[in-house]
Design a protein around this ligand. Structure first.
Ligand SMILES: NC(=O)c1ccc[n+]([C@@H]2O[C@H](COP(=O)([O-])OP(=O)(O)OC[C@H]3O[C@@H](n4cnc5c(N)ncnc54)[C@H](OP(=O)(O)O)[C@@H]3O)[C@@H](O)[C@H]2O)c1
Length: 289
């Protein structure tokens, strides 16, 4: 499996997004565990999660617990697997997503995430989304404390614009390692953040890299260019989308979600799909409706 870099760690160039296994529409636990095991079997060493990936009130950390369970029941060694979690979002249980970016909350949430994930420290902790009610530097300041206390090994941010990326890097004294923003064939407006990450040497983790849970299956019918390139190579349009994202810059590490083993097994093969310069240009130039 091709490797990419997040801070001090090497990880598989394609990660696994855990959200579909814990929010509305999730499968039963057995299928989720088989999906995570399939990812590990295929060489995936990056799993993205968040304490807010749950459905009902009272089950905060559902996805972290699931990942912890899958890692401990997998037959291989998990020492090189980086679990990247997040704090700062809340799900009251009515389907909505609310926010709490207060430093005290983030520090408590990170410690609770560590308990669920197990181990000595969280590999990568990401501030999930800027909270309009809390100065950004204060929220990011919680990551400084968590790094200094050894609760987390690396710090990242999510849903940040270029000025917030620069501000976070300053508050963290150069210790910011990653930015996770929405990016896919259908959503390209975070290209400036991707380019800034390339300039600063930060990993860029596209979230919903296939367009999101409800649209990912139809990627080919929504994007003709991706469907045509996929047909020419005899692969899925989803695999083409991930290969295109990987080709944009060596700091890109897509984290496609999955709730079925077959999905992640197909997605990881994007690392072996070589697209020509003409194909890449065509995919990048695709006009969106
Ligand atoms: N930071 C944030 O604010 C934020 C927001 C949203 C998501 N995320 C993270 O990003 C991850 C990915 O985003 P996402 O799950 O929302 O959307 P996504 O990755 O665009 O789409 C996920 C869906 O794609 C399907 N899929 C995956 N690989 C496929 C393939 N090769 N062929 C056909 N279908 C395939 C899966 O179907 P099956 O379910 O049938 O396997 C899955 O439900 C999340 O899991 C989460 O970790 C972060």
């Amino acid at each position: 499996m091709q490797q990419r870099t997040i801070g001090s760690r090497k990880v598989s160039a394609i990660g696994l997004g855990g959200m579909p296994m814990s929010i509305e529409g999730r499968p039963d636990e057995d299928r989720s565990i088989r999906t995570i095991h399939a990812a590990l079997d295929a060489g995936v060493t990056l799993i993205d999660t968040a304490d807010a990936y749950h459905r009902d009130a009272g089950e905060v950390g559902h996805n972290e617990s699931l990942i912890g369970k899958a890692l401990s029941s997998w037959s291989g060694s998990t020492s090189d697997v980086l679990v990247a979690t997040k704090g700062g979002h809340l799900r009251p249980g009515d389907g909505s997503w609310t926010q709490n970016g207060r430093p005290d909350h983030l520090k408590e949430a990170a410690k609770a995430s560590l308990q669920r994930l197990g181990g000595d420290a969280i590999g990568l902790y990401q501030f999930h989304r800027p909270d309009p009610d809390v100065p950004y530097a204060e929220s990011v300041g919680a990551l400084v404390d968590l790094l200094d206390e050894g609760v987390i090994e690396m710090a990242g941010i999510s849903n940040a614009d270029p000025s917030q990326i620069r501000e976070a890097q300053e508050v963290l004294g150069g210790r910011l390692v990653s930015v996770q923003n929405q990016f896919s064939p259908a959503f390209r407006s975070s290209r400036p953040e991707l380019d800034l990450c390339a300039e600063l040497g930060l990993a860029f983790l596209p979230w919903s890299p296939l367009g999101g849970i409800s649209k990912a299956g139809d990627l080919g019918s929504r994007h003709d260019a991706f469907a045509e390139v996929a047909e020419a190579h005899g692969v899925s349009p989803q695999r083409v989308a991930l290969a295109w994202e990987l080709a944009l810059a060596p700091i890109v590490v897509p984290i496609p979600g999955a709730s079925r083993p077959e999905s992640i097994e197909d997605s990881v093969q994007a690392v072996d799909l070589e697209l020509s310069a003409d194909e890449l240009e065509r995919l990048s130039a695709e006009t969106l409706d």
